[in-house]
Ligand binder design. Structure first.
Ligand code: ZN
Length: 346
């Protein structure tokens, strides 16, 4: 069951976030207002759900601290709320981000902007974020090894938010995007970052600056949350946790010693695999989707996560990843412990 949600109002304190042209409207105030209203709606409908905020007042909170609050509390969902800005005043609309390595053009503008706040966290930001420099594109290489265990659920929530925003005060939807966002990077639960609209666009700004609309934004995100909770409770919490069914016959499965060895690795050891895709049905072994690869799957909720290889160390998995990405550019490394996928950063 979904029991804990962390709501993360972007920016705060010395960090105003994006600012309107006349410098009167600040992102940090809009994000806090919408976040508090969202939390109220959740508590009212679901008194049993614990709502945790990364901040409830106008204070500065470092990005890694926000992640830490979510991870320490073992939250089931992380919702970060932001307001966008762009040099092009015509840019308008909402978008929802999930963590991803994609640093293409427009996504990258937003991720650079949202990540740059760590410059305000003092000189030690390089150590805190493993040498990451928000202004150096090469720095983004650290994100290529991703913890994507919760990608499908994050995408589910993101698509629900964008669906409900179609009925909102800002109707233009820029869709769901993936970006290397530091605040989402190390969260060990499904997480989304919502950009409500553009403070740099006169039309969006007028809407964002009206507190009645904050109620509307909050209730739209709440509607998405409600639907997400239904799906989550149905699919991801049968009380037993995710189960492992790893039954696709391998070409070498006829050899008893191989089968035995494979079994041992899967049941008892922590090991790495490369996930190539996740689908809601079992694929035939000769399915074109598997591109002739020898793949196994791990069932999590309603999804069958197809993986290649069983590697005792992450270095071996990394070595394999290169060639697997030629067939599956989105492939990533996962850690499997006791038959279930666990986040890589644990
Ligand atoms: Zn922001």
């Amino acid at each position: 069951m979904l029991k804990k949600v962390v709501i993360d109002p972007g920016h705060g304190g010395a960090d105003p976030g994006a600012v309107s042209a006349d410098r009167k409207v600040l992102e940090k105030n809009i994000t806090l207002s919408v976040s508090l209203k969202l939390g109220e709606l959740i508590k009212k409908s679901y008194p049993e759900i614990e709502v945790i905020y990364t901040r409830k007042t106008d204070v500065f909170v470092a990005l890694d601290k926000r992640t830490e609050i979510a991870n320490k509390n073992k939250a089931d969902l992380f919702i970060s709320i932001h307001v966008n800005a762009a040099l092009a005043r015509a840019a308008t609309g909402s978008e929802t981000f999930v963590m991803g390595a994609d640093k293409s053009s427009s996504n990258f503008e937003v991720t650079m902007l949202e990540n740059s706040v760590i410059m305000m966290e003092g000189d030690d930001y390089a150590t805190k974020y493993e040498g990451f420099d928000p202004n150096n594109p090469e720095s983004y290489i650290i994100f290529t090894l991703l913890q994507n265990a919760h990608l499908e659920q994050s995408l589910e929530m993101a698509s629900l938010v964008q669906k409900h925003f179609n009925n909102g005060p800002i109707k233009v939807s820029r869709g769901i995007k993936q970006g290397p966002l530091l605040v989402l990077w190390k969260t060990s639960m499904p997480s989304v970052l919502i950009e409500l609209g553009f403070i740099s666009n006169p039309f969006d700004l007028k809407i964002l600056n009206n507190r009645t609309n904050h109620d509307k934004f909050a209730s739209l995100i709440f509607n998405a949350f409600k639907e997400y909770k239904q799906i989550y409770d149905k699919n991801y919490s049968n009380g037993k946790g995710p189960e492992l069914i790893d039954s696709i016959p391998r070409r070498d499965a006829n050899l008893p010693q191989n089968r035995a060895k494979k079994e041992v690795i899967q049941q008892s050891e922590t090991h790495y695999r490369v996930q190539i895709l996740a689908v809601n049905k079992i694929l035939r072994t000769n399915s074109p989707d598997l591109k002739g690869r020898d793949a196994n799957f791990i069932k999590m909720g309603n999804l069958y996560k197809y993986t290649i290889g069983v590697y005792p160390t992450i270095d071996l998995a990394k070595e394999a990843l290169g060639s697997i990405r030629k067939d599956f550019p989105q492939a990533f490394i996962i850690l499997v412990r006791d038959g279930t996928i666990v986040p890589l950063n644990k």
